[in-house]
Design a protein. Structure first.
Length: 210
């Protein structure tokens, strides 16, 4: 992106020229760049990153308490960013390494007692899959990752993640995965502990999408 002081003879030119160049202002500076059409890539890894980013952004206020959030102050100061930005960046980097996300910094990766579930179901739908399950008791888990794949023998990976659901408070959990192509899809639920441990055991069920 180039900066310019007077594009097209104007100090504040904006808009597109011949569907090639776009003039605008960015942080108080006049700029010019190539015009690009918006796209919505939906590769497995892109959908995975979006799902994790959505979860982390909400978890900061929905799941973490004051003590958890306080642990992100020091790394935020070192990086000259906000605590929530440090929390998200640190956990996204862990997820890129296919590690569990953590409430506190640094991740302790301590194994603990998993939440006890009484049911798990993947329901058929039109363009979507609805996951419902009940949690009988809460222990050390704080999130459930939902993975989907067209085969029933798949191993959860970054590319198969489609949703992450917080598990703090409440009993009946419901997750809707949208924009799923028609076919039979197998789903797996995998848990994250509060300290960053990614559980090795998963639950499995299938759903038919029309």
């Amino acid at each position: 992106m180039a900066t310019t002081k007077g594009p097209l003879g104007s100090e504040s030119a904006s808009g597109s020229l011949a569907k090639i160049l776009t003039f605008s202002s960015w942080k108080g500076r006049n700029t010019v760049r190539l015009l690009t059409e918006p796209t919505d890539p939906r590769t497995g890894l892109q959908l995975s990153a979006r799902a994790m980013m959505r979860f982390l952004s909400r978890a900061w206020t929905q799941s973490l308490d004051d003590a958890d959030r306080a642990t992100w102050s020091a790394p935020a100061q070192r990086e000259n960013i906000t605590p929530i930005a440090s929390f998200i960046a640190y956990n996204l980097e862990r997820w890129r390494q296919f590690l569990g996300v953590t409430m506190q910094h640094p991740a302790a990766n301590i194994s603990g007692t998993s939440n006890q579930r009484t049911s798990y179901n993947a329901a058929n739908g039109v363009g979507q899959i609805t996951i419902t399950y009940n949690v009988a008791s809460y222990n050390d888990d704080w999130a459930a990752a939902i993975h989907i794949d067209p085969t029933n023998v798949f191993v959860p990976s970054r590319a198969t993640l489609r949703a992450v659901n917080p598990e703090l408070g409440g009993v009946t959990q419901k997750i809707v995965i949208t924009r799923v192509t028609p076919g039979v899809w197998w789903t797996r639920l995998q848990r994250f502990s509060k300290t960053g441990r990614r559980a090795s055991t998963v639950q499995l069920d299938s759903a038919t999408v029309t």
